[in-house]
Design a protein around this ligand. Structure first.
Ligand code: HEC
Length: 180
């Protein structure tokens, strides 16, 4: 086997096909921070960016920006949508901590809320469900980008509503399941 592998390598020499292992290791993702930290640093700001609709979009009698300003606004919204869609991939990375040890959840101790330890156990025990919620957010975020590419404020508003629902559904399932 080894000889065959070496022979294949000799044939493929120069194609970098002989060293798949080191290449795989180098490109393997590294989990660094917790779900909670990714939420605060990436998910929430990206969703805020895609929600930040400029005044001209909400109010037809409001400011009438020139085409260049309008285009810059659309591009900024699009960046938010792209970041939000991709942020969901960070959430589902295998083995990411839910919360750093010793850190509490926002609202921990309030009636109906889980503790950090309970939440971590619940996510581990229901991983497919957690991934489904993350996927729902990804789908909604991608829909915002489609709406933005169509330059449609109405479609963006509708997709934004779905983003909101996706955030809420996951939080309700894993963070404050007993909240009124
Ligand atoms: C797949 C599940 C999931 C989805 C989808 C999700 N979250 Fe979270 N979120 C969590 C978990 C788990 C935590 C950790 C709980 C905590 O920090 O209290 C969290 C925490 C947060 C926090 C930090 C709260 C704190 O501790 O200060 C913010 C802010 C937040 N989410 C915003 C959002 C927004 C905005 C969206 C949608 C754009 C969203 N989340 C979608 C699972 C999710």
């Amino acid at each position: 086997m080894r000889l065959q592998f070496l022979a294949a390598c000799a044939v493929l020499a120069g194609l970098a096909a002989c060293s798949p292992k080191p290449a795989d290791t180098a490109s393997a993702p590294t989990r660094i921070y917790s779900v909670q930290e990714v939420m605060k640093a990436v998910v929430a700001p990206s969703s805020a960016a895609v929600w930040k609709s400029p005044e001209w979009m909400n109010n037809p009698d409001g400011p009438q920006p020139d085409a260049k300003t309008k285009e810059a606004d659309w591009q900024a919204l699009r960046a938010g949508g792209v970041a939000l869609a991709e942020s969901t991939n960070l959430l589902v990375m295998e083995g990411r901590l839910t919360v750093q040890p010793g850190v509490k959840l926002e609202g921990e101790g309030q009636q109906g809320n889980l503790t950090a330890v309970e939440m971590d156990a619940k996510i581990k025990a229901n991983r497919p469900q957690f991934i489904k919620h993350a996927r729902a957010l990804q789908d909604a975020a991608r829909e915002t980008v489609v709406a933005i590419d169509k330059r449609s404020p109405d479609a963006l508003l509708e997709a934004g509503g779905k983003v909101d629902e996706a955030c809420e559904a996951c939080h309700k399932a894993f963070w404050y399941p007993g909240a009124p």
